[in-house]
Design a protein around this ligand. Structure first.
Ligand code: GAR
Length: 194
């Protein structure tokens, strides 16, 4: 059985989509959900679903390195084969990422390589793009720049706002991430386009 740890920071709707999918003949099962915010509502959802949920408040640590040491310890204790970042909003150091090289995935709310970083929807609207979307990629030391594992597109309609676009992209994240995680856990190397 492939063991999946999920890192979140907030609502955890992508995490919930992954948990919903990891049942039945799915090759993987969730073993841990961890957050840098102990009040993240996603942690309560995970606990309700019977998954071990851990909150480590990054603000309580003296340094990024000290926070990452504890996070790495919690992750290693769960022996994950895959670490899925799902709305995890802390930048991770190359030393941390290196400990999970090749098995850490992230979902990002843009069509990478367009718009790494924050405010992706506002940037797509300001550029007058006809399409937006989301990307699942392997995490490397470079922010939002690892090899792409899957991408899903949505149309940007006339009158689209940042909020309407965010909602539309989030719905497509909920389809893309489970599809990519399922393929990745099955060691299927094809890139998924939805
Ligand atoms: C999602 O849109 C995800 O793509 C984004 O945060 C949101 C989390 O929502 N992630 C990033 O921006 C990472 N840089 P969720 O907590 O409901 O899954």
């Amino acid at each position: 059985m492939t063991r999946v740890a999920i890192l979140i920071s907030g609502g955890g709707s992508n995490m919930a989509a992954l948990l919903r999918d990891m049942v039945g003949d799915h090759p993987a099962r969730p073993v841990l959900v961890a957050s840098n915010d102990p009040s993240a509502t996603g942690l309560a959802l995970a606990a309700q679903a019977g998954v071990k949920a851990v909150g480590l408040d990054h603000r309580a640590y003296a340094s990024r390195a000290a926070f990452e040491d504890d996070l790495a310890r919690a992750l290693h204790a769960a022996s994950p084969d895959i670490v899925a970042l799902a709305g995890f909003m802390r930048i991770l150091s190359p030393a941390f990422v290196g400990q999970f090289a090749g098995k850490m995935l992230n979902i990002h709310p843009s069509l990478l390589p367009k718009y790494p970083g924050l405010h992706t929807h506002a940037r797509a609207l300001a550029a007058g793009d006809a399409q937006a979307g989301c990307t699942v990629h392997k995490v490397t030391a470079d922010l939002d720049a690892g090899p792409i594992l899957g991408q899903a597109r949505v149309a940007i309609d006339a009158g689209e706002t940042e909020a309407s676009l965010a909602a539309k992209v989030l719905r497509c994240e909920h389809r893309l991430y489970p599809a990519v995680l399922r393929a990745f856990a099955a060691k299927d190397k094809s890139v998924i386009y939805l």
